[in-house]
Ligand binder design. Structure first.
Ligand code: NG1
Ligand code: ZN
Length: 532
């Protein structure tokens, strides 16, 4: 039929990289940008099918490689509620991406049958990209795939990843009782700014916040957001060079700060200055500061989770609805053991540990009324169940204090991007909480003491033999390795270590923590050697 021919014709413009097998992983497809044309073409085709399958709901396509180097790029699909693509569909993406170009129209037709797509349904797609130089070429490819399959689409140009997730959710809830906001960038800023001002009632941000934007799309977007905040907060934007393409994620950004455990070399922060870093597409956030002795102190995703959980817990108690809300925290094996301890023993909240990758955390979070989830690397958010929204909205306050707490909670549900982890939204959340508590980063850090930890990347011949279970905290294969790891960790005070195959890189990651720096390093080295 006509579409079959249009797909075949359009596909002819591209060339498939030889001998490369593609896989839709934790972060969609991600690799060197010059290998991506045919992959993006395939994703464009699938986005249209996904929309048709869901009766014409809007599907998002984001072109980004997040914290990866400037020469990389990637592409991922966003489901109607602003969530990651349903896991079941990842295999279809993989199948299309690996189809030979002269067969891709046939594979497309096969998929239509296999997935049982009603081709008479409309198809609607929104897309955006980060600031990478390769983005415009890839968006051109996407355009070609959508045009060939007669999909209605809107190009949102440059956006942070969470902004596009927001737009997708807004588009699909427009005119329903779950309306999420205006499906525009301006709508996003207005929603964040208005709810921030509400949350800030009765509190004032102390001092300024310096935000390192990884020289990515978060820079210009943060500058835009600031215009809507009416100086409710003093933000200094640094590392916001989006002109020089090589500067992206280079010696700056959330991933740099978290993995190197140091501030960007360009940082001019004085002791006790509040600093934060975003990653290249602004879905990760970490805080840090230099203490009185000029020592670098990191406040990572675990810290944001504990801060948010304790604040929301307090608000729920003050609002008199604590009994009606099941608040919980979701972490991965990479969460520092001290944070897990603090959540269980001090905050007395339930914890779920899931596999790495935010889609797993997000799903687990939905099991709570208020689900606080963060990966240690700073990617996360808070979800509110329908019950939670109802209770917060419908509770009659019995005192001014209770009313204040309820209003604050209500505003939080708007401030927090519930579709996905969002560095800009999370940043305003942290700023609001610190302001309410009257805390500097020093008091925040003082809530508990992190166990020294070490993360090592180990190159192996075949990482697929490393099979994990128990939320990736243990290995069932290769045989015997788990016993070795356990015997090693038992020799260290508070020792904990695990190894798992990375889902985004061709390597095995080894994590170790222990009571002292030297023990953690030593344990990591020994487990890494056992893995090799
Ligand atoms: P892998 O490569 O599977 O460890 C990394 C991060 C995840 C997540 C994904 C997706 C660590 C240890 N791992 O996964 O947390 O963010 O990338 O970007 O930080
Ligand atoms: Zn990212």
């Amino acid at each position: 039929q006509a579409i079959h021919k249009a797909i075949s014709d359009a596909a002819l413009q591209y060339e498939k990289p030889e001998g490369k097998v593609f896989e839709y992983g934790t972060a969609g497809f991600r690799m060197k940008a010059d290998l991506l044309n045919t992959v993006v073409f395939a994703v464009g085709l699938l986005a249209g099918l996904r929309s048709k399958k869901l009766s014409g709901q809007w599907i998002g396509v984001m072109v980004t490689a997040s914290h990866n180097p400037a020469e990389d790029n990637g592409v991922k699909l966003i489901d109607p509620m602003g969530e990651m693509l349903e896991a079941e569909w990842e295999q279809y993406a993989t199948k299309l991406a690996n189809a030979p170009l002269d067969k891709i129209a046939d594979v497309y037709n096969e998929l239509v049958k296999e997935i049982d797509v009603n081709m008479a349904n409309p198809a609607r797609v929104v897309f955006a990209r980060d600031t990478r130089a390769s983005g415009s070429r890839l968006v051109g490819v996407l355009n070609a795939a959508l045009t060939a399959t007669e999909v209605e689409f809107i190009d949102f140009k440059y956006m942070t990843t969470p902004q596009l997730h927001y737009v997708v959710r807004c588009k699909n809830t427009l005119g329903t009782q779950y309306e999420y906001g205006e499906p525009t960038e301006q709508g996003y800023y207005e929603k964040l700014a208005a709810s921030f001002k509400k949350v800030m009632k009765g509190a004032k941000v102390q001092g300024s916040l310096t935000v390192d934007c990884a020289n990515g799309v978060g820079g210009p977007k943060l500058r835009d957001l600031i215009k809507y905040l009416d100086s409710a907060i003093d933000i200094k934007v640094v590392n916001d060079d989006v002109i020089n393409p090589d500067s992206l994620n280079f010696d700056c950004g959330a991933d740099y700060v978290k993995t190197k455990q140091r501030a960007p070399p360009s940082s001019k922060a004085a002791p006790l200055d509040r600093c934060a870093s975003l990653d290249g597409d602004a879905d990760r956030l970490v805080y840090y500061f230099l203490d009185d002795s000029n020592v670098f102190r990191l406040l990572d995703g675990d810290r944001i989770a504990t801060l948010a959980a304790s604040f929301i817990g307090d608000l729920a108690r003050n609002a008199g609805i604590a009994q009606k809300l099941k608040i919980g925290v979701v972490q991965t094996a990479y969460a520092n053991g001290a944070s897990t301890d603090y959540i269980e023993k001090v905050l007395k909240l339930p914890i779920i540990c899931t596999n790495t990758g935010v889609k797993h955390l997000h799903h687990a979070a939905l099991r709570f009324d208020v689900g606080v989830y963060f990966e240690a690397n700073g990617h996360g958010t808070v979800t509110f169940s329908e019950n939670a929204l109802k209770v917060i909205k419908n509770t009659e306050p019995q005192s001014p204090a209770q009313q204040h707490a309820l209003e604050c909670l209500q505003a939080l549900t708007d401030l927090i991007n519930q579709a996905v982890g969002d560095a800009l939204s999370d940043m305003l959340l942290v700023e609001a909480i610190l302001a309410h508590k009257g805390w500097s980063p020093k008091e925040w850090l003082g809530t508990y003491t992190d166990l020294p930890s070490r993360l090592v990347r180990v190159e192996v011949n075949d990482r697929s033999i490393f099979k994990a279970y128990d939320a990736e905290r243990k290995l069932e294969s290769p045989a015997g390795l788990q016993d070795q790891i356990e015997s090693l960790q038992s020799r260290y005070n508070k020792g904990r270590s695990f190894a798992r195959a990375s889902g985004t890189e061709d390597a095995v990651r080894v994590y170790a923590e222990a009571a002292s720096r030297s023990e953690a390093d030593d344990l990591a080295t020994r487990v890494a050697n056992a893995v090799r």
